[in-house]
Write a protein that binds this ligand. Structure first.
Ligand code: KIV
Length: 270
């Protein structure tokens, strides 16, 4: 069955689940766990590409990772993040960049770190058949202006976030990510909107939750205060890679039975 934003919107009896994913094996594991949507976030910059912010991430980097995620999965909605300055400078270029994610990489939708400058762009993309996930609150592409602090903690800024949420809903956004905002504000926006809200560091009152997958599996070395780790993949990797290094250095691997003459299983990857 084709994955559509309509299915995603309709599926809010239980809280919606969204995780970032940057590679095919992780995406397949997320799909098997029943995750509703996979976000190819520009957080790939920090998580996998060695940048110290999301600002250097390129359209090519997101498109390449998005291709891997859409090839590896069938059910979850695949959402490609539009990187810093790939949108909002010129409308035609913003549309071409968003279009690449759908046409070339197989995304079902794009996410845009939103503000007053993205309302008409959202409307235009939706008109053209490119569904948009809006993103308000802490928007890490504005790190040079805001840092990574909680947003919407004054009456004035909370009101502005609530207004922008309504403006993006009216412009046709199919859902809204609310990042690092007070719980009360997230609840209020969720009640106000008819499209689902997906929270990250926004408390339990939203329609769904998203986290960076590296934080969830325990691979990140630095996580935001609102992230939670549900595993210890870093510990597992350290153990396996350390054991490999040790076994090779002491001459214990490969042993006779590991030699290349051993029969290869038909479906083994070579
Ligand atoms: O880039 C990203 O991973 C994100 C999520 C944390 C919402 O924007």
């Amino acid at each position: 069955m084709p994955r559509t934003v309509r299915d995603f919107r309709a599926d809010t009896d239980e809280p919606l689940t969204m995780l970032t994913a940057y590679d095919a094996p992780t995406a397949a594991i997320c799909e098997a766990a029943g995750i509703d949507a996979l976000l190819v976030g520009d957080s790939v910059g920090n998580a996998a590409l060695g940048y110290d912010s999301t600002l250097p991430v390129t359209v090519e980097e997101i498109a390449s990772r998005t291709g891997a995620i859409s090839r590896a999965t069938e059910e979850p909605l695949v959402i490609a993040d539009l990187p810093f300055l790939s949108f909002g400078v010129e409308e035609a270029q913003s549309i071409r960049n968003a279009g690449r994610m759908v046409k070339e990489a197989g995304a079902n939708a794009v996410k845009i770190e939103s503000g007053s400058h993205t309302v008409s762009l959202t409307e235009r993309l939706v008109e053209l058949g490119i569904p948009v996930l809006a993103h308000l609150g802490l928007t890490p592409q504005r790190v040079n202006e805001l840092g990574y602090a909680q947003q919407g903690d004054s009456e004035e800024t909370a009101e502005r976030i609530a207004e922008l949420a309504c403006e993006h809903e009216r412009a046709g956004a199919f859902a809204l990510v609310l990042e690092h905002v007070p719980e009360d504000l997230a609840r209020e926006v969720t009640e106000e909107l008819s499209v689902p809200t997906i929270g990250i560091g926004a408390g339990p009152g939203t329609d769904g939750q998203v986290l960076v997958v590296d934080d969830v599996i325990g691979l990140s070395t630095r996580s935001p205060p609102f992230a939670e780790s549900f595993g210890d993949v870093r510990g597992e990797m350290e153990g396996a890679i350390g054991t490999f290094a040790e076994r090779v250095s002491e001459g214990a691997f490969p042993a006779e039975e590991d030699s290349s003459d051993a029969e290869v299983e038909d479906d083994a990857a070579l």
